[in-house]
Design a protein around this ligand. Sequence first.
Ligand code: NAP
Ligand code: MG
Length: 462
Amino acid sequence: MKAHDGMYIDGAWRDADGRDAIDVVNPADEQVIGRVPAGTALDVDTAVRAARAALPGWAATPPAERAARLAALRDVLVARKDEIAGTVTAELGSPLKFSQAVHAGAPIAVAGSYAELAATYAFEEKVGNSVVHHEPIGVVGAITPWNYPLHQIVAKVAPALAAGCTVVLKPAEDTPLTAQLFAEAVHEAGVPAGVFNLVTGLGPVAGQALAEHPGVDLVSFTGSTAVGRRIGAAAGAAVKRVALELGGKSANVILPSADLAKAVNVGVANVMSNSGQTCSAWTRMLVHRDQYDEAVELAAEAAAKYGDRIGPLVNAKQQERVRGYIDKGVAEGARLVAGGPEAPRERGYYVSPTVFADVTEGMTIAQEEIFGPVLSILRYDDEDDALRIANGTVYGLAGAVWAGDEAEAVAFARRMDTGQVDINGGRFNPLAPFGGYKQSGVGRELGLHGLTEYLQTKSLQF
Ligand code: NAP
Ligand code: MG
């Protein structure tokens, strides 16, 4: 795996300030596959200065030209699709087919969507005797996690560039090679120097320096609630914009009229995909008490089939964390019907696809984000009970409702405190606003709503 030993700043790979490096590990076999520099506060400062210097020129670039650069970026990502998939598989551990379809496919779709939006969005509108200009917010500090490493980068950088903002990215320490590949793609696409800058490094060092830098106008963060809270507090104190995409504990509500087998099978697949490392995963399955035993049996069977098909977790710490949650589920009285805490392989950070039955609302595994291949199945008495349970966590990122009749599912979904709901297995839409109610976050990504996050208005009166 090719790794750069510098930072991509102001249009070129430059020597890092310090000598510290981060080893990149393949979680499937625990081998070191590359090293990248660990950025310091000085590297961040250099990158922010480059982004500030490039801002006036990029902000004044006609949207059609910004759109052309984004279309070129999408084309480079398409041309390098196999390399992207291979890199994500090497540093995240996801099966290659999944990396091709999702880890490479989704960011291509999102980059394409912003090429189109940049070309068509009305950056100027007339309101009565005013002309309202939608102007870029400025320099964006983007801090991204490892679970969908390229998607989460593109979901921030593409709308920021479309809006006319410039960006400094601090990607997750576990998946920096994907971020370096993205920087190469931005360069190849002809995006002017300084418009996009990359500083690899550790969260509490480079990430914190970026979040607190006075030259950053908007911080966009995706990751844990603990870190998000701190970033939000710092942004509040500095009176700067912040977007937070945090965790979830989404409910998959199976109403009695639903096709039970389909709802359970799709629900299990949703949780196991990416080894459960998905913020929007439907980790709580809610089933009517009369269908509960059948659903549990179906889910256990479905999970057993995933045995060899899911990848490892991203690192040893996440593996330990997830196994700790499984132990806790057993200790609190939930019933294991598939998987368990034992590591299924000697090498690699694997966790068995795990299903818990007899989970009740108060249990830790029904409330906290586990971020691993672990499903909790809860019982409800009637529709109001199901709604109370579905809404009964601090999170509200996603969810699903299944019913025999679409209108019945929609009526239920309208009462859920959550940002997205898939109706009877509805497909992912890269243009639909994505983001959380309650403690799942602040702000929206993707599509038009994702673009406006990076804009501020100026009204001229006539
Ligand atoms: P995390 O620490 O919040 O990591 C997210 C990003 O923030 C990474 O780039 C990280 O850098 C950076 N970061 C860490 N501390 C920072 C700080 N003090 N200031 C600025 N940036 C900082 O998340 P994690 O440790 O990788 O995962 C822990 C848990 O978070 C997971 O188990 C899961 O529950 C949740 N999570 C949620 C999402 C999501 O999509 N919402 C994604 C990932 C994780 P480093 O990579 O160097 O830590
Ligand atoms: Mg971390």
